[in-house]
Each structure stands twice: as structure tokens, then as C-alpha cells.
Design a protein. Sequence first.
Lengths: 526, 461
Amino acid sequence: MPSGYDAIVIGAGHNGLVCAAYLARARRRVLVLERRERVGGAAVTEEVCAGFRFPVYSYVVSLLRPEIIRELELARHGLQILPLESTLTPLPDGDHLAQWSDPDQNRRALARHSPRDAEAYEEFGRLMHQMARAVRPLLGMAPPDPASLDPRELIGLARLGVHLRGLEAGQFHALCRLLTTSAADYLDQWFESEALKATKSASGIIGTLAGPRSPGTAYVLLHHYMGELDGVFRAWGFARGGNGAVSEAIAAAARARGAEIRTRAEVAKVQMRNGRAAGVVLASGEEIGAPLVVSNADARRTFLELVGAEHLPAEFADAIRRLRFRGSSGKVNLALAELPRFRCLPEGGPLLRGAISVSPSVEYLERAYDDAKYGEFSRRPYLDILIPSLLDPGLAPPGRHVMSIFVQHAPYHLNGGWSGTRREAFGDTVIETLAEYAPNLKGAVLHRQVITPADIERTVGLTEGNIFQGELSLQQMFFLRPTPGWAKYRTPVKGLFQCGAGTHPGGGVMGAPGRNAARAILGNRA
Amino acid sequence: MSARVIVIGAGANELVAAHLLARAGHEVLVLAERESAATEAGWVPQPVVRALGLERAGLAIERPEPWIAAPLPEGGMLELWRDMPRSVEAIRRLSRKDAAAWPEFCARMARLARWLEKLYGAPPPDPLSLRFALQVRRLGRRGIEDLLRLVPMSVADLLDDWFESDALKGALGAAGILHLHQGPRSGGTAFLFLHHHAGSPEGVFRVPRSNLARVLAGLRGIEIRRNVPVARITVREGRATGVVLAGGEAIAARLVASGDDPRRTLLELVEPGWLDPEFARAARALRARGVAACVAATLDRAPGFKTLVIAPSLDYLERAHDDAKYGRISRQLHLEARCEGRQLEVQVQYVPNEAAAGAELGEQVRRALAPHLNGATLGKMRVLLPRDLEAAEGWPEGQAHHAELSLDQALWMRPLPGWARYRTPVAGLYLCGPGTHPGAGVAGAAGFNCARQILRDAGRT
């Protein structure tokens, strides 16, 4: 059915939008189809209750590729990122640990707990910067196929080898270790303060069913140093207007280049003709043809639901079934009548404007994982909290606040399944946990929104609620993402490409999969 | 300067190294702190067998059949054999699907194991070398994809991909956590599973035993002094110059090869002050945590099995490790029992080195085994806790592998990244124990690789 479109993008998540914008920039006629009423996927801002707007799912910006910001002129399309300058870890004994992006301030704050850590921190930071620099070029690369005999693939492998050989021996060794060891074991070598090790290692378990002592969690430490804002490594930020504003800016950039975006347009099937993708069929029955279909949905949804196993090589379908999702993150969004008063920080102050991390010790995080391993949400979960209204007062009515609480672990495969009652029990646990540090919290809650992995799956369409469209574990990374042999955005179905976080380099509001996919489609070699 | 080479320790690795060096014309002195009581576990790679003519010397690898028996909750045993149809038949009683998957699983694993075996008969590869790239590519597409995916994954994920029976997955999965302070849901345990498969025929996932120690003891050409603990490795101007014994006797040497664990060798034996602080920090951070106790007993009659595993499911093993994670002995123990005649030897996991007491452990093991002894009665239980094993065998913290065989301490990262080729920052000091590549379970290979490295280095100067 000729429609005049060169390409259809299924799903207007940030990666789908990035991909569409790049395709449109190359003068392709692109149609983006989004099931929901708004663009953004998991990067949306919604008014959850009157006057209170939340970054409902994803809530920080750190990994958004600077070349995307530049090339798509996102600043001109309204993107503004407000820096997050600190992380506060309240401790059960009423004390707290503060980390600052300002090195001097940071050293002073850490020295209060351990002068040795304060000293080691700078060296650690230097090494991490070097490592992040070493890994950064890999993010923008379509991973070469290690098993192919195609000369182009061999050249890609050789270039990868040359890149890695170009690293100093010490850096390569550190990289090998980071890829294989656990966050806690890695940090044990550097630091002694429990709260510092726990707070840093917590980044390794975000989105993954793992504990800080699980091998493979150390690598994600690097991601935190890879976040680049205005060229400054390791700056985290909050988008003015919430992460929905990031999606809106990318959508505006795509539209400005001629892409068409339709919301409330759910794709039911990828249309197959003569063994190749020829368009899509909407849930409404409408058919739209195009020679190229790009899926922003995760691999399981794309291949097993939209395409159908009958159109796939059996081994490929098996590989897709074997993908590990195991969503393990939840979210609690609170509308607050007043700011929380932390026992460790009765005066409030600038630390509330940064991230707040409930991660008092490595053992605390490990126990949170133990619960999840056997199908229960953590009795005492890890919480990563932001109060966005302190950075962007427009999100809440005057004097009121919105609080975003990211929670780990809430396993998708909950014993007995998720129900309304279990969801509320989960919400209670989160609030109880935080109230131990900020006792006024319970009384301050005007409204709460509790989101489980099952909710994420149902609302946003992420399989098993996995926020990365598939676990970011070593067995599902780089040339293995999403499956071995198909890491270059192409698929066994001719005319069908993937552009979501389920492809290299993975999740986070990074945009790199969308950009890499567009480049692969346009025939640009990475 | 003396032309002598001193080898510290008289285990399989040390003796292999000593003999190879002696045959290359070095005067070798082996200093053994103790009479090793441990039976040699492990297969012997072909290059080692050939280099020392071990076959002629009577090397025998002992492979029990069935290679494992696992009690089933509903009674009876799951027995797995080298004989494929026999295993398939046994598995079919648990799951038709698993029985159908078994031959393919075994073939895919065996292919990777054969590849690993080649890697183990040589020093660890340089992962960025063309040579290694070609080695990997020889596996073919299926093999490469299997390898890349399997190595970092957890043994639980690997087995969940293939099988549904808890009993089968528990019995297999136990091979991924032997002597490791991790549970089967930790990344890298699939690698350890494969490591323990290497050297065994297709379909056998346990390390065999051999008489290597006895065979090596019968070879001539080296001098061995026993019961002489080495107190210090002396260093002058960054070069090892010999050793000082606990009794005070100093022995000069041009080269020293230590089969002791890397941490003790570098941080305790080497005279202080010679290591740069960053290296010393990395060495201190080497993980060698003992997690297994050894229980031995005599039965009044043969119990009807040669090898028995108690690991009824992956979750059982994972929960066993949960206890260990917080420093406690597992409430539900994972047992690997071997029986020869009426002599029973049980490896008990997890018994973390720091766990209190453990006097009850013998009784706990007795209770766990009792239902599976076919009416035989256990005599007095002799319990060796990790700390006893440290004293008796010199295993650091009671860790039999000297350094845990987790992925971050394996291959070119074993024992330490940048120092995987048996050399140390002290010139003339080499490591040759299981703390180096390829590690425990591969008898004599580390010693073989180390000796070759020494000879290569000697040829250069």
C-alpha cells in the first residue's frame, strides 16, 4: 500500500524520535506512530494530580549524547538541562554523607567520614574519566560482528582492536576488571566508608536484578562518568519541565525537519510481504505501507508480537525468547504539601536540590536484592530520590513540591503477581523506608502514584517493565545486544530495523541507539 | 651468583615446574613446607603429559561412573553417566524436554570445553592479539556466540536456558560454584562451570582425580627438601636472590618460583619495600575467601555410590550462599561426597572462613547424608574447616583455588591484571601455583606454563 513514506518508526520513545529526526534530516519522509496520547515513551512528564507535574518514569538526564544535542539543535527546540550538583545519603544514625560535583566541597564532605576516602576519590575520579573516555567511542559505534567473514566486519573488528590496543595497559586492565567484577568489590579497593561505597555501587544495580556484590555491576559505574553536559564529564542534570521536555524537544526537532508524528496510533503488526517488512497495520485496522520499518519497541515485543515467530528463523526466535528482561525497578511519585525534613539535615539547604540516595551500606543493598531474588519486593529498598520542584518550581503549585522516588528492587515476577493491594503495600514500604529518615514525610503526602514493573509494561510497553529494554548485563551488551549476530540495528527481516534501548549501547536517556540506527539505515558506517 | 632455581612447594604444579626446569639444565631445589595431604584433583593437559612423559610413568585419570548421583525429593537418584543414552534415559524420568535437550547441550558445552583446554595448556592469551582473535574465530559462528554469551553469564541463567528440572539444574549448577564465594545467580559462574567441564568427556561436568602427585614423586632429577618452611624471599635491587628458611638458613638462587598463593608470596614472603604501592594494593585486594569445609568419615559398609551431590535446586544453592554472604554457615548445605570403598570424603559448602565455630558441622553433614547411605552407618566425622585447611594445606583463608576463580580473576587477569604471565614485579620471582592461570582443577598446567615462561625469559637474557 504506497503511502508516500520512506520509513515508519514504531514508537515515539526518545530513541524512536532521535532516529526519526536523523532520518528526516537526511530527507527521508518519516512517520512516527505512538500508541499513547503523548510522545516520549518512558521519558514523559505528566500531570498526575491537579497542578503537580512529574517525570513519571525516567527522571534524570546524564547520558544524552552531546552530538545529538548539537546535531539536532535541541537547545533551540527547548531543551534546557539544570545541573544536579550533589548526592545526599542520609544515614540511620542521623548523620549523612554528602557528595558534591565541586571537588573542594566534595573533599571536605568526604573527609568528615574518612580522610583516606577523600584522598582516594580524586584518583578514582581520574581513572574513571580515563575509562569513560576509552569507552565513549564505542557508544557511537555499530558493534562489529565477531563471527562474520565479511571484510567490512573484519575491518570493524580490527578498528576495535586497534582502539583497545591504543589504551594504556593499565586502562585496558581496569576496563577488563570493570566489565567482570562487582561494583562493591571494585569500590572496596578504593574506599572504606560504607555509605560512600554503597551509594556509588547503587548505580550498578539500577534497572538490573542484581546486588552490589553481583559480578558485572561495576561497569555501570562508568556510565556515571560518561554523562557529559556541556562537555563536562559526570554532570547529572534535570531537564526543565522533566524528561518529557527532552522528548518534546527531540520531537520538535524531528517535526522541524519534516517528520510526521501521530499519537494514539497503536501498531498491531508489522506487515510482511514476500518475506520482508512492507509497512504496519494499526490496531484500528488501518494499513500504512513503507519500504522501511524501524521499531523502537524492545526486541521481544518487536519480534514475537509485532512480527511473529512464524516470520523468523527458528534460532533467532529462540534467542529472542532467551533474552533476559526481569524488570526490577519501581517508581513512587509524591505530591507534597511541604519539603521533607531529614533528621540528618533539619535545616534543609542545597543538598535537597541534588539527588538523595537511601543506600546506607552495601549490606543494605545486598539484602534488598535478596528479597527480590526470590520474588518479593525489598522490605527495605534502595531509593534514588529527586525533588524536581526545587530545580524547576513550575512543576508544582507555589509552596508545594513534587518528589520522584526511583525504587529498587520491585521484581516483575512478584510471587503471586502484582495486584492493586500489592502495589499499595509496595508504596507503603517505600514511604515507610523514607520516613525513617524524614519523619514528616507521611503527613506531607497529598497524593501518591505508585508504579510497578507490571504498570511500566502495561503503560509504556516495556517488556517485563525493564527500563533498559533488556538487562544491561555483560551477556547482553555490545555485539551481543540484543542478540549475537544482530547487533547492528538490522534484523533477519528485510526492511525492518531496531532503534531502541534494547540495542547497543542500551538504556538511559542516551539517544545513542536511535542515532546509531539511523546511521545504519542511511548506510553511514560508524 | 648461584645458578640454582628454588621452587617453593611440592604440589603438582611445583613439581611439574621443577622437573621441566631440571630437564632444561637448571639445578633445581624444591622446598616443601609440608607433606601435602590433599588428593590431587584435576585433569592433566596433553602438553604437560607429553613434556614429562607422564603416560609412560603411569599417569591414570580416575573418572567415576556414574559421574554424579543426585538424590531426588520423591526418592531415588538422578544418575548421570558418560554414556549419553543412559543419561538421557535417567533425565527422561524427570523431564522429557530436558532429556531431549541433553545431547545438544553436552555437544555445545564440549565444543567450548575443548577450546578452553587448548587455552589452558599455554600462558593466558593476550585478548587483543591477532592470535587470540584467530583462536576465537576457529570456534565458528555458533561457538563464538555461545562463548561470548556464556562466559559472563550466571550458571543459573545458562541452565535455565536449557532445562526445567530443578534436580538436574542443581546437580549441574553446583559445578559453577565449587570453591567460589558466589551463588549460582552470580555472573561468571557459567565460566566456572565450563572450567570444571574442561578436561572431561562430553556430558561429564565434574573434575576428575588423578595419581599425578604419586607419578611426579616417582620422577627423578630434582632435589626435594621437605618440612622446611620458607620464611622470606630475599631481594636485592629489585631481583630475587634466594630464600631464608624459617630456621634461619639462607639459600641463594638465581630464580625463585613460588607455588604458594600470590598474596602470601608477594605480601608476606617477599621482603617488604620492593612492591609499588599500587601493585601491593591490587595484591591485597585479591579475593581468596575459603567457603568449603572438608569432612571425612569411615562407613561400616559401602553406601552404593561413588559420587553424590546434594544440591536439589539452583535456589537451594543460592540460598546456601545467602547465608555465607553474611558470614554464616549455610543452614542448608551443598555437599559433594566421594566414596572409595568405605572411605567417605565430603566437600561442604558454604562454610565461610569467618563463620563462628562449626563444631556442629559434622553432625549437620551426617544428618544430610543419612537418608542416602542405603543403611550404611557413618563413623566418627573428621571436620576440617577452612581455617584448618589453611593450616594443613597452606590455602589462603582456606581457599583451595588460592585465588577465587571468578571471572575478574581468571585468564589474563589471573592472579592480577597485567601480571598473568607468572612473572612478578620482582625480577627472577615467578608464581606457579593454582592462583595463576589456568587455576585449580587443571593439574600441573600452571607449573608447566610457568616453567616455559621462565625458560623463555632465560633465553632472552
